[in-house]
Ligand binder design. Sequence first.
Ligand code: C2O
Ligand code: CU
Length: 470
Amino acid sequence: MTLSRRQLLVAGAAAAAWPRIALLETKPTQPNILGRLIPESAEAELLGPGKTTTVWAYNGTVPGPALRLKVGQRINTVLENRLARPTTVHWHGMRAPNGMDGVPALTQPPVAPGGTFHYAFEARNPGTFWYHPHFQSAEQLDRGLHGVIVVEDENPPEVDRDLVWMLDDWRLDQQGQIVGDFNDLHDVSHQGRIGNTATLNGRAPVEFALRKGERIRLRLVNVANAWIFALEFKGHTPSIIAYDGHAVVPHTPADGLVVVGPAQRVDIILDATANPGQRFEVIDRYYRNRTFKLLDLVYSDTPLGSAARSPLLGLAQPDLSEPDLNKAERHEIIFSGGAMGGMRSARFRGEMTGIRQLAQQGKVWAVNGVVASRHDEPPIIEMRLGHSYIIDFVNDTAFPHPVHLHGHPMKMLMNADKTPAQPVWRDTLLMAPRTRATVAMVADNPGKWMLHCHIPEHQEAGMMTVVSVT
Ligand code: C2O
Ligand code: CU
């Protein structure tokens, strides 16, 4: 790819006629129960009106339909596969029963083209979640298959608007079409597939309008394959109220940057305190030598009011099983491989295999020395139902990895040698290169569960495993 993000930025700045970004208001505009979820080829105006990109989309739109429901309500939807490939739907972070988890071979057969599958289960926790395919994910996620799920809080903080920002990136050619070089070995062995165009809710963003005095809840959802966002909201002080759907004590992030790795969600409160007519940039600062302007916050001429805001009250603490650290069984899970990782060989399909032969088959990442070849690998940990576990994750590679466990949120005990000051639960843990992280969990959801890097290029190149709970 030749287009740099900077070139695209310039292109973006020139297109002054583009409308302000479309927002996904999460007011109940969608039925709580979505009857049919239909992945198929569609046209999306990622780059603005009239400029269409051929994508794969749920029910014709990128992002797919936003689901909004209350705790105890059921997702009840029939997947109707109109793609030319098999697919499944995974409900990321939802703690669904195993049979509804959408992992091909492990929890269900893949749904063939023209086939259907009925997903039905109850929402157990409030929070911001999302859905996406789990079959050939590197391509299916990247072509546009994703949607948000909002499970309402019982006592949400009072806000003027409750919005979703789905952050994504695309690798587009000069005609604005998706470049089809999925699982390119360079992407696979380095940081994954990074695009050249960022979108917010399926549109290259220009401006986000707000009014002085507003309090806004933003549910940030990173649906990109590999792009990590670290957002600076110039002139504003965001308060984080939840990670991966689970409440935390409201706090301002370190350096003011809101970091959202692939598949992660961060809910923030943004108080609009500036004056009518003012503009502020939202900048992505994750990648040191390529900071990137996501959009401008633009104050309209009409303030909402000048009354001082009441202090922000946090969400209710998450209702999750508390691990018993004294009785917990401890395991270490080591990720290795990739470019500059130093891995020489690993076990692949039962045989010790040298890195050259592995690379020839596009398999370059390992978990505890094993390169996965399929979703239904033998379990790396056999957990007993109701027991507590401590897992030490070791990222022994030169790249960051968002590590995702299905079916169970993980309580952070230690991250990069710092103990969190307050309980933090995550389903996806962003590990910096050459760091360790320790989590605890209760194996309270029976079945076989994926544990994998959520950069699908890494996952499909071996960076996945299974834990069983019986
Ligand atoms: Cu978001 Cu294994 O998934
Ligand atoms: Cu990875």
